[in-house]
Design a protein around this ligand. Structure first.
Ligand SMILES: NC(=O)c1ccc[n+]([C@@H]2O[C@H](COP(=O)([O-])OP(=O)(O)OC[C@H]3O[C@@H](n4cnc5c(N)ncnc54)[C@H](OP(=O)(O)O)[C@@H]3O)[C@@H](O)[C@H]2O)c1
Length: 306
């Protein structure tokens, strides 16, 4: 089957770069819409050079320039947005450009987290999730073919510290455990999220569906995470149990964005937002659909910190 042509918006960003790399690795003709300023930025220009060397076509443009969006989108079949959470509402211009271009077979908006329609944290998230849900509703109302990627947490976020927001590496003496420590969260390495994502774009099974990622070996409670780490370092850690009321107080006593980590921890390890519902009654299971994708498990990921 002919591989769809893909446009990545946000290819200089964290998940966007991985998506562009995966698209090229899976032999899709790949385009990246890039802001002018990125070329002058050392780290971003390095990423762009890597992508260009691998065959990506770099196009200048941005969300604010509708003409640039329409011209770029006319070249492709699939549009993947990987703009940051802050720009989620601005994706309205991508939707407008997709309507104008009239050629898009699939749109994947910037999601790549917990399913925004499933989170149970009320108003705690500063509308982080409701803005993603609003974009979903607009895409659906406009009749644009879509796939939403619900990968839960990127491995590089919270996993290196075992969900200790003040640390960058796993603790070696003392660890905070949230609630009773038995609620399971999901961590997926960004490059694996990208590979699963690119597998969906020409797959009719994922059309107008949410793709959920809960790979075995990546679905872990706090107690299991600590257990895995203790076995690796050959040492027991002192456990401090932090109850739900205390987590809510920490969130209420700190302001946005300082409270953000605790909000994500509350959602994952107290409310169980990654795992409380049955994936297949709400969407499709990425691991079952693409059993050939070799992914990094939590245990393998933590080996990097020994
Ligand atoms: N599951 C998780 O643990 C997790 C963690 C973080 C993020 N996420 C989600 O992943 C998605 C992407 O976030 P990220 O952190 O990967 O993003 P990021 O690293 O901040 O990258 C954002 C990208 O968007 C581009 N961009 C920003 N404003 C733009 C504009 N006006 N026009 C065109 N391009 C623009 C940036 O370009 P420049 O280089 O020019 O600035 C950059 O390439 C979001 O939906 C976010 O919520 C999930």
């Amino acid at each position: 089957m002919k591989k769809s042509k893909v446009l990545i918006i946000g290819a200089t960003g964290n998940i966007g770069f991985q998506l562009a790399k995966a698209s090229l690795e899976l032999s899709h003709p790949t385009y990246a819409l890039v802001r002018d300023t990125a070329f002058a930025h050392p780290e971003k220009s390095q990423k762009l050079q890597t992508l260009a060397n691998a065959g990506a076509q770099l196009l200048k443009g941005c969300l604010e320039d509708l003409t640039s969006l329409v011209s770029a989108i006319r070249l492709v079949d699939v549009v993947i947005s990987a703009v940051s959470a802050k720009q989620v509402p601005d994706q309205i211009s991508i939707i407008e450009a997709i309507k104008k271009a009239g050629c898009v077979k699939r749109f994947l908006p910037a999601e790549f987290g917990v399913d925004p329609d499933k989170v149970q944290i009320g108003d705690l998230g500063y509308r982080f999730y409701s803005k993603k849900s609003e974009i979903r509703r607009i895409i659906e109302a406009e009749g644009i073919p879509y796939t939403y990627i619900s990968c839960n947490l990127f491995a590089s976020y919270l996993l290196p510290s075992l969900a200790q927001p003040d640390l960058k590496v796993p603790p070696r003496d003392k660890v905070r455990i949230y609630g009773d420590g038995d609620t399971k969260a999901v961590f997926v390495k960004e490059s694996d999220v990208a590979t699963f994502t690119i597998n969906t774009i020409d797959d009719p099974t994922t059309l107008n569906k949410v793709l959920y990622l809960r790979p075995p070996g990546n679905v872990c409670s706090m107690n299991e995470l600590v257990d895995i780490w203790e076995n690796k370092i050959g040492k027991k850690l002192e456990k401090v149990y932090v109850q739900e009321v205390h987590i809510l107080k920490i969130i209420q006593d700190s302001s946005h964005p300082d409270s953000t980590h605790m909000v994500f921890i509350y959602s994952a390890f107290i409310k169980g937002d990654h795992t409380y519902f049955d994936m297949e009654s709400e969407g499709v299971d990425g691991v079952k659909l693409y059993p050939n994708v070799k992914y990094t498990t939590v245990s393998e990921y933590l080996d990097n910190f020994l």
